[in-house]
Design a protein around this ligand. Structure first.
Ligand code: AMP
Length: 276
């Protein structure tokens, strides 16, 4: 695997390449099977696959979360080599940002819904870094996880607004065998948090399998209760929404997604499930 830490090295590498389809998987590292599933999907759809590992400071609204974000770079490199990833881009913060850089993109109400409400400024940081990474790596196709469903919508919106020549692919959520969605933050869970956190995927499954049994407001209320009644879990939101707008679903909505965010002890977790 080629490892690059500067924009210049990446640019130089790609000037010597023929017209091969480049697939790109941006990550913040602390890789798990969810990330590797994106790499594998990228390998099936592109001639060359680049992964980036960059813990992006501008998307953290909580400085403690940024500080304690795991950074096991040696283990990450070993995992990428094991799955034959072609390129790793692993820049420093100074390589990506100048001092006091300004960024704002009008992403409409995606900015304030769901994650946007609980993590103010988060999606400005996400679009800022993904814009930069796309401009540096210049991928033909980029792969993102459904785990961050709203993030995929935000990046799609940015690509549309800025006419960026990249195709986006959403890849399914990878889960542990007991249903917990894989996440780099799971290593912060105590054994009790880890077991309490199972209520998130259980509740999403419950919504999916009871979807025709009741109306949407009643399902939402019942699902919120299931999570709120779980000791050690603090619910931030559970919403059953139109998968295209993220506005509350109605009886006539065609594509429906249930999304949840909650704290398990000190760790903030998100999960979602396609319902219809
Ligand atoms: P992160 O390192 O958390 O920024 O995630 C990098 C990419 O991996 C994003 O596109 C995530 O949506 C995706 N991802 C994270 N967790 C999972 C998972 N459990 N299953 C599938 N994709 C995931």
């Amino acid at each position: 695997m080629k490892i690059f830490t500067t924009k210049k090295e990446i640019a130089q590498y790609f000037t010597h390449k023929e017209n091969k389809i480049v697939g790109f998987v941006p990550t913040m590292g602390a890789l798990h099977q969810g990330h590797l599933s994106l790499i594998k999907q990228a390998q099936q759809n592109s001639a060359e696959v680049a992964c980036s590992i960059f813990v992006n400071p501008t998307q953290f609204n909580d400085p403690k979360d940024l500080e304690k974000y795991p950074r096991p770079i040696a283990a990450d490199i070993a995992m990428l080599e094991q799955v034959n990833c072609d390129i790793l881009f692993n820049p420093t913060v100074n390589e990506i940002y100048d001092d006091n850089e300004k960024w704002h993109l009008n992403i409409g109400d995606l900015e304030h819904l769901l994650e946007g409400e609980f993590r103010p400024g988060h999606y400005q940081g996400v679009t800022q870094v993904v814009y930069k990474l796309f401009s540096i790596v210049k991928p033909d196709v980029a792969f993102f996880g459904q785990k961050d469903y709203q993030q995929f919508m935000v990046i799609s919106k940015m690509v549309e607004l800025l006419n960026m020549p990249v195709k986006l692919v959403m890849c399914p959520i990878q889960r542990e065998s007991d249903g917990l969605a894989m996440s780099s933050r799971n290593i912060h869970l105590t054994p009790a948090d880890r077991s309490n956190a199972l209520i998130l995927s259980k509740t999403l499954n419950w919504v999916k399998y009871n979807f025709n049994a009741d109306d949407i407001p009643a399902l939402k209320q019942q699902a919120e209760l299931m999570i709120s009644n779980q000791p050690g879990i603090e619910l931030e939101y559970l919403e059953i929404v139109d998968g295209k707008t993220l506005h509350p679903a109605t009886a006539n909505t065609k594509s429906i997604v249930a999304l949840v965010a909650a704290r398990a002890g000190k760790t903030r977790l998100i999960d979602n499930m396609l319902i219809a």
